[in-house]
Ligand binder design. Sequence first.
Ligand SMILES: [Zn+2]
Ligand SMILES: [Zn+2]
Ligand SMILES: [Zn+2]
Ligand SMILES: [Zn+2]
Ligand SMILES: [Zn+2]
Ligand SMILES: [Zn+2]
Ligand SMILES: [Zn+2]
Ligand SMILES: [Zn+2]
Length: 288
Amino acid sequence: MGGARFPGEEDEAGDGVPLRDVGKMEHGCEHYRRRCKIVAPCCNEVFPCRHCHNEATASGDRHTICRQDVEKVVCLLCDTKQPVSQVCISCGVNMGEYFCDVCKFYDDDTEKGQFHCYDCGICRVGGKENYFHCTKCGSCYAVALRDNHHCVENSMRQNCPICYEYLFDSLKGTRVLDCGHTMHMDCFSEMVHHNKYTCPICSKTALDMTHHWALLDQEIEATIMPPVYRYKVWVLCNDCNKVSEVNFHVIGHKCSHCNSYNTRSTSRPVDSSGSSSPSTSDSSENNP
Ligand SMILES: [Zn+2]
Ligand SMILES: [Zn+2]
Ligand SMILES: [Zn+2]
Ligand SMILES: [Zn+2]
Ligand SMILES: [Zn+2]
Ligand SMILES: [Zn+2]
Ligand SMILES: [Zn+2]
Ligand SMILES: [Zn+2]
């Protein structure tokens, strides 16, 4: 008989499954479980999801879909083409257990904790209660970072400095470094795995190095430099941006202002007071 059915209406399909739940989690693509395909507003072709569309067009007529512009979907259970809505107008299933009318987004896998952020203008995952929107950074961050991160304007509206994927609507988790710059969580782990502990954008130390610096202290104390190497050098600290004059050492040069070993050699400042910003040589040494 058709017509929209409403949540709570226990219209059963015959095997005890409420009608709106028929086929739940059984359809979709590698990106989403859903019971409809979308009609791409840009090329009028039918795709399982916007990522499938973007991947398919990446090799040819390269263009990306504007998710908010999707107007029509095709129900995967009854093949009816229809305007965007949660419930199929013909067979009455939920075409997505989660549905966002702004993003025209469907997903049967509600374990992901989808929610729409009106400030971001997109749907996110991870549970609304676990995130807040930082207006300065222009993105949603984990609640643990509320009043507890260095804001960088539009920090998420750029590409990951490691893999170059656009971060803002990336499906992968992101990590906010101490400096406020952001990258994928996985890319961060990969970077640390390769013994690089500094932000690729601003060179500041990206994680707590207290223990590591203490080890370097010990190592330096235990490694006496031969007399010919006992001279002073000027270093610029990547963490506090101050210069200091320190004993040359092969293992590392410690900033005398903040104790970081994330320093690089620099020329003697004009007034030698340590407060000017000198020109630096580009040999970035002692980056742990
Ligand atoms: Zn897909
Ligand atoms: Zn249908
Ligand atoms: Zn949304
Ligand atoms: Zn947001
Ligand atoms: Zn912020
Ligand atoms: Zn990345
Ligand atoms: Zn940074
Ligand atoms: Zn310093």
